[in-house]
Unconditional design. Sequence first.
Length: 67
Amino acid sequence: MVIYVVLMYAFVVFVDPYGLLKQGKKRDFYVCSALCLISFSLAFALSMHWEIPSPSEPIVYLIKKLF
């Protein structure tokens, strides 16, 4: 499963952000690269069966603090 995740993200990285950089859209390239890195990290962690903590508790806490 890990190999599939790495291969799919390698393909996406070569196709998607490279076109943005080639068009001269540096800001879009950096944002796309950062989001791709976050997405790859989560997909890799899930494929390794690592437990990812739920962000719902901090979000509920912040919303309760607002009201």
